[in-house]
Design a protein around this ligand. Sequence first.
Ligand SMILES: C[S@@+](CC[C@H](N)C(=O)[O-])C[C@H]1O[C@@H](n2cnc3c(N)ncnc32)[C@H](O)[C@@H]1O
Length: 323
Amino acid sequence: MEFFHQPVLVQEVLEDLITAPDGVYIDGTVGSGGHSEAIGRRIQGRGQLLCVDRDSEAIRISKQRLGFLGEEVRFVRASYTDVDQLLRDLGWRKAHGILLDLGMSSFQLEQSGRGFSFYRDEPLDMRMDPDAGVTAEHLIRHLSEKEIEEILRKYGEETRARAIARRITQERKTKPIVSSLQLARLIESVVPRSRRRGAKHPATRTFQALRIAVNKELEHLASFLDKCPSLLCGGGRVVILSYHSLEDRKVKQTMMHWEKGCECPPTLPQCCCGKARLFRRLHKKGIKPDPKEIEENPRARSAVLRAAERITTHDTSHQGFRD
Ligand SMILES: C[S@@+](CC[C@H](N)C(=O)[O-])C[C@H]1O[C@@H](n2cnc3c(N)ncnc32)[C@H](O)[C@@H]1O
């Protein structure tokens, strides 16, 4: 059974995302198709669903899973940053809802053989799209000690970044670091057992940092958020599930920025920045799974859902004037 990725906060996603059962919806990170299956069932026979993923295996698996939904569901292997082009290709103007469930799928972690897991002895690849970009092995082989340290600090918030980077560059002088288990053992040797905090494996942050760097995850997210206001129709919604603070911070700050209208200093009698209020946030705080869901699906424990609704273009009540 390949569909074992358990989707997170499914009911909450459906509630926030679907405003019109006959609308156009995009799942920008279809993975194993768990959320898409729920969306597809909700809009079946009326709406359209476009399933996107940069991983061809995800497209293969989700196509197999969602075939029963018929021709209203389409699949494209692409980055969600290209949703504007995909909409144009299909002759669709705007979407009623876009979902991003960020991070990696259980399939990628457990079965892809691409070195995402520090428990498996696999080639150190970590690309979600195995046909694009450079591998984690390449980064570790070619970057300087300082550059590796910066990646671990920036994308993993790893406090031992310097020591781990030094150990990596020492090791590679004698033999190349080519497997996930080899890298995990190396990191374990930097962090003595007595200093390990909590239940987290000491390689968790390094693996997260390398994965984010290899897949340029934050750059993709930033590019999507830039385009997002132009992708949704009035009343359309964007729902984003994040799994670490770097992503969630970016999503939160962007949604707050969208929601804020005029940014002129309060001393000005009238607005001159002309910044319109683009979205209304559906929740002031991110939604988190309850303890029952986390118990059933431990992967859900770090999830945070944020959602926003595009303000209808004819609603100019906040445009150009201070609230
Ligand atoms: C957490 S999984 C999604 C799981 C899915 N919601 C489900 O229910 O099975 C994240 C997926 O996003 C995909 N992904 C990550 N970055 C992407 C990007 N920039 N464009 C398209 N897909 C991306 C990954 O390949 C992975 O399959």
